[in-house]
Design a protein around this ligand. Structure first.
Ligand SMILES: [Zn+2]
Length: 403
């Protein structure tokens, strides 16, 4: 059956601006027509009048762990249920129609991806990375999603196991972070040259892209020179890093929320509520706040120097993550348009899915959201969510009941 959305203010995320009074027809899950809304509608079509509300591509978050609530002692079965619920709520409550995972234990993300793709589970489209691969004394070891590898063959074996278990990309940890014990700091690089060489070589040989956690210039440059597809965090970037990003056409995923969301920095009701619930320790708050000036500068310089960037939060749960991160992009100087594109078209491009999703254009799968107020005027208007469509099917309807 054809679904026709009338009275749409379309923000297609392909060309800047709003196309008002538009009509979008969806057939067999794909966008069949975007028009100015004249001409007859097939009598058997299902019509939804959006009344001027804003129609956009579904949102993406390309740095997700799905752990929520964080219960490291949970069984694999309990984790699976939690992660599925977290993913489904991100889709239906916030319009996150696709995610890329950055470290998930037991290949739960691969299982969820398959369940969603087959239609058995309602959830976002998933690009799965499996385990977060680090070293002994590495990063994120306390989370339950990290796997410690040591030596070139330790990495090669772990990466081959990831492949066998169906991942789409390989998450490789090159350096420390903000969250962690005293010996895990973001200016420390963790891998030996031989380990890096082996890990990147096996990925390249088998055609898997590397999602590199790299937080200081040394680690970022190593990742880029060895062919990383994306660099996550990049808390400190120098000029050489920015030049290498452009030269290699690699993506930067800045995860601003990791350093920007502390009690003293939270500036909106959503940020304050999130920070309260997160319960950060004084030590982590200090680490985050100490890292903020360089992180903000890295983000702003990358944004203004033409580095390819996409939106990934590293926050949880999914119903909060992308929206919080988008607010921070705008606060740090991105326009709402740049931010929307980073969370739609660029994210889809990063995941190699731009032919099918990421914009509102004829031929694409209808992963779409409708929001009441204009997000180009205020990015927080994405919180006026009315409808979420996944492949042309309405999976959430938050419109108030009409008489
Ligand atoms: Zn992460």
């Amino acid at each position: 059956m054809t679904l026709v959305l009338t009275g749409a203010s379309v923000i297609d995320c392909a060309r800047p601006g709003v196309r008002a009074g538009a009509r979008v027809s969806i057939e067999r899950g794909r966008i069949a027509e975007v028009s100015d809304g004249n001409g007859p509608i097939a009598p058997d079509a299902h019509v939804i009048d959006l009344g001027g509300a804003y129609l956009l591509p579904g949102l993406w978050d390309v740095h997700v762990h799905l752990e929520w609530p964080r219960l490291p002692a949970a069984t694999v079965a309990e984790l699976t249920v939690q992660y599925a619920t977290n993913a489904a709520e991100g889709l239906t409550e916030s319009g996150v129609t696709a995610i890329r995972t950055a470290g998930v234990p037991h290949f739960i993300d691969v299982a969820l991806k398959r369940a969603v793709a087959s239609g058995r589970l309602v959830g976002p489209r998933i690009f799965a990375g499996g385990w977060f691969l680090t070293t002994t004394a590495g990063h994120a070891l306390g989370t339950g999603f990290a796997r410690a590898c040591d030596g070139p063959m330790g990495f090669v074996r772990a990466i081959r196991e990831q492949m066998e278990n169906g991942v789409d990309h390989v998450k490789l940890n090159l350096s420390g972070g903000i969250f962690g014990p005293a010996w895990d700091r973001h200016w420390h690089s963790f891998l030996l040259a031989e380990e890096l060489e082996a890990a990147f070589t096996i990925c390249r040989q088998r055609g898997y892209q590397v999602m590199a956690h790299a937080t200081n210039p040394e680690a970022v440059k190593a990742a880029l020179r060895l062919g990383a597809h994306t660099v996550e965090h990049g808390y400190i970037l120098d000029d050489e890093c920015l030049a290498l990003f452009r030269e290699r056409q690699a993506w930067y995923v800045p995860t601003l929320g990791i350093t920007h969301l502390t009690p003293a920095q939270a500036a909106t009701p959503w940020e304050r509520r999130w920070v309260e619930q997160r319960g950060l320790t004084p030590e982590i708050i200090k680490r985050a706040e100490d890292a903020v000036p360089e992180h903000r500068a890295a983000f702003q310089r990358a944004l203004r120097s033409g580095v390819k960037m996409a939106l990934g939060s590293d926050l949880r749960p999914l119903r909060d993550s992308a929206l919080l991160e988008m607010g921070l992009w705008v606060r740090d100087g991105a326009t709402p348009w740049e931010t929307l594109v980073a969370a739609t078209r660029h994210a889809a491009d990063l995941c190699g899915a731009l032919d099918d999703v990421g914009t509102v254009e004829v031929g694409k799968l209808a992963d779409l959201i409708v929001v009441r107020d204009d997000p180009l005027e205020n990015i927080d208007n994405l919180r006026t969510l009315q409808l979420v469509l996944k492949e042309g099917r309405v999976v959430a309807d938050h419109r108030p009941e009409r008489p």
